[in-house]
Design a binder for this molecule. Structure first.
Ligand code: FES
Length: 118
């Protein structure tokens, strides 16, 4: 889901989750799991068609892949297979660094050679 509220562009990641919904931390606009605006606290009606962009995702251990292109084309391009990250050859994901640095995952090797070079 795009990290930008349609109201005043507040980052939705600074809001909170309520079940499958995301509530903006600024004025409380609420979006359902597919980005549709479902509640505006100060209004009785929600503007029809109001939404934030969502992206297709694909879980393939140990990653969650996100498709940034045309959503309809996501099924045509499966993510690359990277079995050396999950096959116990010494490479492992460190989720702790992902959460603390808010970047892509970091990886370390417990072996002295890269599985890419073998
Ligand atoms: S900026 Fe999100 S509800 Fe106002």
């Amino acid at each position: 889901m795009e990290d930008r509220c349609i109201h005043r562009a507040y980052p939705l990641s600074a809001g909170r989750r309520e079940g499958d919904r995301v509530v903006c931390g600024y004025h409380g606009f609420t979006y359902d799991f597919d980005g549709c605006l479902v509640d505006v606290p100060s209004q009785e009606n929600v503007p029809p068609g109001a939404r934030v962009r969502t992206y297709p995702v694909h879980e393939q251990s140990p990653f969650v892949w996100m498709w940034l292109g045309d959503p309809g084309a996501a099924a045509l391009r499966p993510p690359p297979r990277l079995p050396w990250y999950a096959d116990g050859t010494g490479w492992r994901a460190l989720p702790r660094c992902c959460a603390s640095r808010r970047t892509t995952c970091c990886f370390t090797s417990t072996t002295s050679t890269s599985p890419m070079s073998s």
